[in-house]
Design a protein around this ligand. Structure first.
Ligand code: 5RP
Length: 225
């Protein structure tokens, strides 16, 4: 099976999961990335089965609207029943590195609000330890050099993602060389305390609740160990 077929299989499993567990008025959180794009496409014929969607990026909001799936502002909803999103890496504790697509801050906000976080991924994302994928950090533009120095002091090799501007108007730094990240919660907290850091791509303080992992033999449902 190709990577794209595996992503589609994970997305189909998420759709089945979502339809089985939510009522007709439920607000669903929609993440960002190629795996989630499959989910949006599969959700389209079932748009009448959900109340509305909250998107974690302008790109996902545009795709949802293109499929005539109603998109609402997070501030206008009391709760998000379920959040479906991909990951760049995910470990057995269902901690993740996210933000390869640059949407980490809004993704973390929607994840914080959601009652249940459903991660969808193909087998290439499954790791024992996080950190081979460079850790994205969103920074206020004037703090870029300062944050870079602080990351270097933590042992990372920071690389500015030149030309990339987030939906929030900020810059991205990718922190290489942090493998293995353990415990991930401690590094997530440390990075949050650097002045100028808006958000970092570690999702350990709020990990996923369930992972739908597509392998060539089928889709496994994995809960945190
Ligand atoms: C975007 C993300 C994505 O979830 C992550 O990059 C995975 O993307 P894809 O499904 O394209 O592999 O965190 O900011």
């Amino acid at each position: 099976m190709s990577a794209e077929q595996l992503k589609q299989a994970a997305a189909q499993a998420a759709l089945d999961y979502c339809l089985a567990r939510t009522g007709n008025d439920a607000v669903i959180g929609i993440g960002t990335g190629s795996t989630v794009n499959h989910f949006i496409t599969l959700l389209a014929p079932h748009r009448g089965r959900i109340g509305a969607a909250v998107a974690s990026s302008e790109a996902s909001a545009a795709l949802l609207r293109q499929h005539r799936i109603p998109v609402v502002d997070l501030n206008s909803v009391a709760e998000v029943a379920l959040y479906v999103d991909g990951a760049d890496e995910i470990n057995p504790a269902l901690e993740m590195i996210k933000g390869g697509g640059g949407a980490l801050t809004r993704e973390k906000i929607v994840a914080a609000v959601a009652r249940e976080f459903v991660c969808i991924a193909d087998q290439s994302k499954w790791v024992e330890h996080l950190g081979k994928f460079p850790l994205p950090v969103e920074v206020i533009p004037m703090a870029r050099s300062h944050v870079g120095r602080q990351l270097r002091a933590l042992g990372a090799h920071p690389e500015w993602r030149q030309g990339a501007v987030t939906d929030n108007g900020n810059y991205l730094i990718d922190a290489h060389g942090l493998y293995p990240i353990a415990p991930a919660r401690r590094l997530e907290e440390r990075l949050n305390h650097i002045a100028g850091v808006v958000c970092n791509g570690l999702f350990a303080l709020r990990p996923a609740d369930v992972l739908l992992l597509a392998r060539s033999g089928g889709v496994d449902t994995i809960r945190a160990r």
